[in-house]
Design a protein around this ligand. Sequence first.
Ligand code: ADP
Ligand code: MG
Length: 706
Amino acid sequence: MAETSYINAAEIFGENVFNDATMQERLPKKVYKKLKETIREGKELDSETADVVAHEMKEWAIEKGATHFTHWFQPLNGMIAEKHDSFITAPMENGKVLLSFSGKELIKGEPDASSFPSGGLRATFEARGYTAWDCTSPAFVRQDAAGATLCIPTAFCSFTGEALDQKTPLLRSMQAINEQALRLIRLFGNTTSKRVTPSVGIEQEYFIIDRKNFLARKDLVYTGRTLVGAMPPKGQEMDDHYFGAIRERIAAYMKDVNKELWKLGVSAKTQHNEVAPAQHELAPIYAEANVAVDHNQLIMETLKKVAFRHGLQCLLHEKPFAGVNGSGKHDNWSLVTDDGINLLEPGNTPHENIQFLLVLCCILKAVDEHADLLRESAADVGNDHRLGADEAPPAIISVYLGTQLQDVLTQLISTGSATHSIEGEHLKTGVSTLPDFLKDATDRNRTSPFAFTGNKFEFRMVGSEDSVGEPNTVLNTIVAEAFSDVCDILEQADDFDLAVHDLIKQLAKAHERIVFNGNGYSEEWVAEAARRGLPNIRSMVDAIPALTREKTVRLFERFGVLTRSELASRAEIEYEIYAKKLNIEAKTMIDITRKQIIPAVIRYTTTLASSINQVRAACDADVSTQTQMLLEVSDLLAQARVNLSKLEQAESEGIAMPHGRERAVFYRDHVATVMESLRKPVDKLEMLVDKDMWPMPSYGDMIFEV
Ligand code: ADP
Ligand code: MG
């Protein structure tokens, strides 16, 4: 493991990506130009061009060792799906084969779609589903134990064109925001920018534990989180892990992860230890939303794969260990034109930057009007253990603006116009040899779910395991709607300056309630948010209805992002996933309690009982400690047994219910509650039973042993 080879990042970066440089080098000029037009302007690709691109892509991939190709897509089960086909053609008369890859194979795939969730959009007998090449996200060659595979990012739709994946609505939402943002900047006299794209940078948190500990925990293996486990004497209270020196074994792992990611053109940039022991973070440099979402999938996949090679296990679950900090991902989002103008850049004097103020007020409007939908976009089974639990952002959506923008907003609301901006001050260290520098005008607020951080918003609610496809689809669409609404007004205005001035003031006033700069973890905020009428949606099951609300349907249909039936199908899939995951958890808990924990406790009590007898037989010593232990343990064992029966009962009732909301509600209110009550005596038992007899590694073993 302690191999010390050095990496030249610039040399290997993107070497396995069919990127612009490769295309330019490999494709005939005419073909390259046509493909670029498709990528940039969405022009249709003719079959002749596609054939040439496919051929060159194959030749290139074969040089990298590829034997197979796959359409790489993101169905609604939260995973990546792929079906591998080799390049070989039917053997010729001489028994040899040719390797081929046609334009048709590049552009269109037809996986048997019946085993992917469709939420009723497609009956099982209508198994046809299509994958369509997304040329805006470059193809890549993945090298691993399977050899090398050419992966082609694709969108996945049903026979009738309904979206069955994360990518299709995301691409549609990018079109919507592009159109509406262009309308807006044209009003401000920008005639040169051709395109506006959401830029997205995703910070990914994860846990690393030793693989032998992982394998010894059936709950981690089956559900991704521990279902029982007593807290170790030391947790994260000393804050000694966050940004701490990275240990050798982890450092070697991170080095390998970076190397793999760089080869795939993923610009892995920042890495550090996170708050909890064994928790870490990785962030790439931001990219266009679509590419960033694909790259986040590659990051998750690479984190897991490389961990395996190092005898480690990467845990992406939002809450692998109760009582220990959970994992999320921060979705950093801004809007950038093709000529490099960031619409979220306030400049030094935001009060004078009217376009920025309008964009900002539009975002406030969007987030305020669709807070429930944005909350839904971050709903995920594991995230229910995190949101609102004093470590992750609260389940209430609010916007943090910081001192400078809050001040501008207050001026706008009170006087109708803003006349000054608070400036960043010099940071004085009091040491003459240290440089003084200009501080940011705004501090940070880690408790806010949606925070302005300089020239972007950071949506902090998303779960570590979840796709960032949906949050970005929602963000793009709700902001597109706000832009469209204000453009409708401003395009008709006789006096633009006056109209925009009035509109900014009006929006600021109307949506001021969504802004909160204080401590999002406090009890007072929960009460204050309720007074303001902001939704506080505590669980995934309660978040899902936002998908099918009339307001949501109108929003998505207006911009052609999702139809009523696509939304209904997504809601149905989410209920189903929720109930299924909780069912697996319940069954796992039953399994480990019955087959591991109860037998271990019985072994322990038997040893204890016979030792009492032996001591008594040998002498007249005081055995009150042993007897007390035996009573205590036996009592907890009985409690566990009773709660186990309750869980078995609840599980069999749940599994018998038809799919849908009611079943999901039953799992949340009933099954999950019984699981909690079974956990209590089990965790107490872990603190009493001889460690050598406890049938699985403890929290301490897992999070401190890497
Ligand atoms: P912070 O310290 O505010 O969290 P970082 O510089 O660490 O910011 O960046 C976090 C993530 O945000 C990174 O992925 C980074 O590339 C991304 N990011 C930076 N600027 C932007 C921007 N304008 N739009 C979108 N993402 C951005
Ligand atoms: Mg951040």
